[in-house]
Design a protein around this ligand. Sequence first.
Ligand SMILES: NC(=O)c1ccc[n+]([C@@H]2O[C@H](COP(=O)([O-])OP(=O)(O)OC[C@H]3O[C@@H](n4cnc5c(N)ncnc54)[C@H](OP(=O)(O)O)[C@@H]3O)[C@@H](O)[C@H]2O)c1
Length: 278
Amino acid sequence: MSEGSTVVVRGNATKRGWAIVTGASSGMGVEFSKQLARRGYDLVLVARRLDRLDALATELKETMRVEAVAISCDLGVPGAAAKLVAELDARKIAPSALVNNAGFGAQGVAIDLPVERMTEMIQLNVASLTELSLIVGKGMASRGGGSIVNVASTAAFQPSPYFAVYAATKAYVLSFSLALNHDLAPRGVHVMALCPGATRTEFFDNGGVKIEMGNFFFMTPEETVRIGMAALQAERPLVVAGWLNKIMSFLSRISPLWIATRTAAFVMKPKARPMLPR
Ligand SMILES: NC(=O)c1ccc[n+]([C@@H]2O[C@H](COP(=O)([O-])OP(=O)(O)OC[C@H]3O[C@@H](n4cnc5c(N)ncnc54)[C@H](OP(=O)(O)O)[C@@H]3O)[C@@H](O)[C@H]2O)c1
């Protein structure tokens, strides 16, 4: 947990349909929170920046008339997910939806990046996501149902040089989510992997990520999350956001791995050349 593993809780919880959104302080997490609130969910907003979560909680309560609780939690350290669940239990919050959205990337040759940062990424993108899916999923199954969205990436579909650890974490998220959906479907729990492509959020600044792609490749968080919410409603196990991303992921999946890897290297190489010859 952040600041010596403490959990800071604000807000007044009531018993209705609760949705937990991790990474709710920016980007797609903010959008998930708003779109879930619009559908009548009460929200548990989780991230490290409590000021932003508090502001969003206030906005949701005032504009959408839902309950919203802000919890400051660093999911990049071991044990954080269990502490978060304990905090929810203490507040008698039994979630019917979970969006494992918190995550970050880092671009560069893997051995040149700080190894502690890579460990933190694996803890956040993989370990905490897994723990939350399992603990919260078990609770949902015992209550007869629920929904889990795990935010993966189009990076999940091929090895990505210069993005090696991040792409591997997202490949895990995709594989885990599809298998877990199969396991939990008979118990009424739907698990979906959302694979966004390039989406305009703080992700690029936070991870020092620069990719040479035309503007038309980028989606807004509103668009990406709207696609995710529609797929969730339709109980799909997997959705790739946007037709361009769908085509690119499809091509990755049918290409020999060496071609997919080299293509990813071309896109992800820091200060990459322009995509087209001048
Ligand atoms: N943007 C893209 O192009 C793109 C593409 C594919 C997939 N994705 C995935 O989409 C998800 C959302 O990312 P985004 O694009 O919305 O990026 P973002 O704007 O940077 O948001 C990331 C969120 O994760 C939270 N977070 C980061 N580290 C955390 C930690 N240790 N503990 C708890 N929360 C933490 C951040 O909150 P705090 O800093 O306040 O903790 C923030 O709310 C991520 O899983 C990302 O990998 C993004």
